[in-house]
Design a protein around this ligand. Structure first.
Ligand code: ADP
Length: 171
């Protein structure tokens, strides 16, 4: 067996998530991973058993708008994640997965998921970014709760994303 440090260096990473909706926290992790990897594939979770507020198409539309407005289009690809993450990685020929860590509760979940994935495919490598200080509190769930109560979203998502969220809560 070839040691990984003597084989090819990874240039592409997958950033999986629900992005329901995308927030400044996700954007921060994405931008920081683009400082390390040449390309990042955003794997948008579309597992039928999972409940999302925004449809897959709506979530992708918001991500695309972020990529355009933040001018990070060229090195990011968006793909649908429907089954097991390890299968997605194998199909796309990528080993590295990016995740963000905010609080201790994230760690417990991520720790279990990382080991489950490692059991499914030993070549997977997980890379965790600690949340930037100003986004440690920020989660898509918080955004939805605040939006539902008609609160100000400007600290949570870019201005150009607010319109999609407000529109959703108007219905
Ligand atoms: P999932 O349902 O897969 O957790 P999310 O869209 O909630 O999808 O999150 C995707 C990834 O982005 C996770 O690793 C999560 O920890 C990370 N993330 C979300 N918000 C933040 C934030 N504010 N700071 C750092 N990482 C974050």
């Amino acid at each position: 067996m070839q040691d990984c440090y003597s084989s090819k260096v990874e240039k592409v990473a997958v950033y999986p998530g629900s992005f329901d909706p995308i927030t400044w926290g996700h954007i921060d992790i994405l931008k920081r991973s683009l400082c390390i990897f040449e390309k990042v594939i955003i794997a948008v979770n579309n597992t039928p058993s999972k409940k999302f507020l925004f449809s897959f198409d709506e979530r992708v539309k918001m991500i695309k708008e972020v990529l355009n407005k933040e001018k990070i289009n060229s090195r990011v690809e968006i793909k649908e994640l429907k089954g097991l993450l390890v299968d997605f990685l194998k199909i796309n020929n990528v080993k590295v997965v990016i995740r963000g860590l905010r609080v201790v509760s994230d760690f417990e979940y991520e720790f279990r998921m990382a080991w489950a994935n490692k059991k499914l495919w030993k070549d997977i490598e997980m890379i965790y970014f600690f949340s930037s200080e100003k986004y440690t509190f920020l989660a898509s769930t918080i955004v939805k709760e605040v939006a539902n109560l008609g609160g100000d979203l400007s600290c949570f998502v870019p201005k150009y994303i607010e319109k999609y969220i407000k529109e959703k809560f108007k219905k």
